[in-house]
Design a protein around this ligand. Sequence first.
Ligand code: AOF
Ligand code: ZN
Length: 368
Amino acid sequence: MSTKKDKFSPKDKEYMKLAINLASARKGLTGDNPSVGCLIVKNDKIISIGQTGFNGRPHAEYNAINNSVENLKGSKMYVTLEPCNHYGKTPPCTNSIIKSGISEIIYGMDDIDVKVKGKSFKILSNKKIKVKKGLLKTEAKNLYDSYIVNRNKKLPYVTAKIAISNNRIIYSRGTKRITDKSSDRLTHYLRYKNDSIMISSKTLNIDNNKLNYRLRGFEKFSPRRIVLDKYLKIKLNSYIFKSTKKNNTIIFHNSFDNKKIQILKKKGITLIKSKLDSKKLFNLRIVLEKLYTLGTRNLLIEGGDRITKNLIKNRLIDKFYLFRSPKKIFTKTKHQLFTSFGILNNKYKKKFKISSKLVKDSISIYKR
Ligand code: AOF
Ligand code: ZN
């Protein structure tokens, strides 16, 4: 007799884990569409796989069905998200599944898109396809953390990172780097996984960051650059101007300096004037809402202390990477402390630590 507990076999779990890995690998690279992973199994062999295409299309199920050289009759599909059943930019995956002859399907969680949500179970069951859902649901929910924020809040999923010394210094004049070079690799990975990156002009003027993704062959995954620059103080010889392309650089400002506005426009920068509050700070929720309408779905903040604090206080950061060097920096020169350590520990429930023997730095991840 089947009980709720044994609805899924250990093999089912293994296959679904693989589907989740396929989806995770492309997470952040599928535009406004969630990244889905899909596996087709027949006679206990994986006969095809599929991922959501870059920028969101084609869908994973379509790719898996299309990629298969074997007849799919009697096969079983594992997919991380409920297959779509609507006509969007692409036709319903449920149609391709029905046509393919697949006889059983297991998916991780219902789609949250109201056009799709929960309907596929019936559509597929009505066609005599055996359907089960909810396998590795927690993992699936974790995979779709950003998709859930995007759709439910109409905001980008915000990841922030900051690097501090053992005595919590973010910046000290004359000190080039605080954390290890290996920590930079993780920063690059974060740039790859986020479609946009935000920084203050203050940080940019100090560090002159390149803000790109530098692994060869992957340059096209460099994020769009967003600069918060109230009074347009950005230096005109900043490195980012060398790689300005259509729609890849946005400056939020509140300046009346028409001369500088014209110069920046000529460089191809998108300028957005945004109000300041009584404390002369941007309303960052408004900034994020605007970015969402401009297509940003995953935003990385490589900000300084002030922006970070403002965002944490306003509960706008979903995930936070704190890189911590074992080095203490003793300095009499100009420096900046990280002042959000306390609120960070108070406001975030979950905390994970990544540690590696290769790197001396420790990395803590805070998540809502
Ligand atoms: C799937 N498989 O791989 C993805 C799905 O405009 P469309 O046709 O691309 O449809 C977009 C919707 O499809 C999107 O809002 C989400 O609900 C779902 N995404 N569905 O079956 C996939 N990425
Ligand atoms: Zn689909």
